[in-house]
Design a protein around this ligand. Structure first.
Ligand SMILES: Cc1ncc(COP(=O)(O)O)c(C=O)c1O
Length: 387
């Protein structure tokens, strides 16, 4: 039995199928852009990107020039890569050097791209998110004109981003954002039909086909997590990541004895404790102290006591057979027998979102890749052909 202290195994086959599932929502001709920022939401950016491309994505999106560079250096040289984040002058230069698409939303940002040697740009209208982009449709139109005129600048797309696509009960805000964007985009698209119009994140893709335009930008759903925080399986999505550890020690815990910092668990009756070498240093949140379950031997076991940096303790019960669980695999996210623990369940327990659960895993947790159980080499046949 392999005993790995903490490991995230990622099924690239699931990412491929999740992309195909998302594409099945899209009408003919609409492109899927896979969002692989933040190291592929914790899954590994390059491996996730390759799987997404194999599953039918034809664009990639990231947040920074460094992330775009990572994809290019991994061999993804011809696929368009959109950087969705703000860029300082050095970062803009790096973005252009790796042939990434960047956002512009005021005239100086267009001039900055031209001054850096030119590149591919997307104009961002802030239709209500209140982050990057201009809130003023007239300014966005002026930026379009500036981008068309600036030397070396290629106007590729126009975009917006929804603030409440994942909140079905949003008082009509999604609808208003959609209307604002659609009414700005209509004449723009009529004037330049080859512009790539994009707005939808995962939730918007599943929520409203009117938001699909020419391309959708999906992150959370390609990893098999539900943008609405519910069970992803109900949306036909397959969680790609499984997080596991193992039972490194089993010890008797008599009634009145405690486990962990601060004695937050005191046994009410004689029991056994299992010690798992995973903790908040791995990204297993301390807020899960006395507030999570782990799968061992095909059953849910309660996490008891405080989550430490490197260890957690679980209750294994009074049965002397608990001793036999020493060395057993423990699944913290994923399934065993008929039980399943999702990132959404964990997110609910610590009052956060599934995005943060997978992103929280630290570099100390090795990511290993397989396709439906068969190990995959870290290589992409298409790259080998191009090299
Ligand atoms: C601008 C933009 N578009 C698309 C996405 C993808 O969103 P999701 O992961 O909800 O699909 C993000 C992620 O936060 C984003 O910032």
């Amino acid at each position: 039995m392999t005993q790995v202290r903490a490991q995230a195994s990622v099924n690239v086959g699931a990412i491929e199928r999740n992309c195909a599932r998302l594409r099945s929502e899209l009408r003919e001709g609409v492109s899927l852009c896979a969002v692989v920022k933040a190291d592929g939401y914790g899954h590994g950016a390059t491996q996730s990107a390759r799987a997404a491309l194999a599953g039918g994505a034809s664009w990639l999106a990231v947040a920074s020039a460094q992330e775009a560079t990572q994809l290019r250096e991994a061999g993804m040289r011809e696929v368009p890569v959109l950087i969705m984040g703000a860029l300082n002058a050095d970062e803009l230069e790096q973005a252009i050097a790796v042939d990434a698409d960047v956002l512009v939303w005021h005239e100086p940002s267009v001039q900055a791209v031209a001054a850096a040697g030119g590149g591919r740009v997307h104009v961002k209208l802030d239709s209500g998110m209140g982050r990057l982009g201009t809130r003023d449709p007239d300014e966005a139109t002026r930026v379009l004109a500036a981008a068309r005129e600036a030397a070396g600048v290629e106007l590729v797309g126009v975009m917006t981003h929804f603030a409440t696509a994942d909140e079905l009960d949003d008082g009509g805000f999604f609808e208003r954002q959609l209307a604002t964007f659609a009414s700005w985009v209509e004449p723009v698209k009529a004037e330049q039909p080859d512009l790539v119009v994009h707005a939808a994140n995962s939730a918007a893709v599943l929520r409203d086909a009117r938001a699909h335009f020419d391309m959708v930008r999906c992150g959370i759903a390609i990893y098999g997590m539900d943008p609405f925080g519910e069970d992803p399986v109900a949306q036909g999505l397959e969680p790609a990541m499984e997080l596991s550890s193992y039972v490194a020690e089993v010890k008797v815990c008599r009634a009145g004895e405690s486990a962990g910092y601060g004695r937050r668990f005191v046994a009410e009756h004689d029991t056994h404790l299992g010690v798992l070498p995973i903790g908040y240093g791995d990204g297993w949140r301390r807020g899960l102290s006395n507030n999570a379950e782990v799968l061992i031997g095909g059953r849910r076991r309660e996490l008891v006591g405080t989550v430490s940096m490197d260890n957690i303790t679980v209750e294994l019960g009074a049965d002397p057979g608990a001793e036999l669980l020493r060395g057993e695999c423990a699944v913290l996210i994923g399934s065993q027998a008929n039980e399943r623990i999702t990132a959404e369940e964990l997110a609910r327990r610590v009052d956060t979102i599934n995005y943060e659960v997978s992103c929280a895993l630290t570099p100390r947790v090795p990511r290993v890749y397989h396709r439906d159980g068969a190990p995959v080499a870290d290589a992409w046949p298409a790259d080998a052909q191009r090299a």
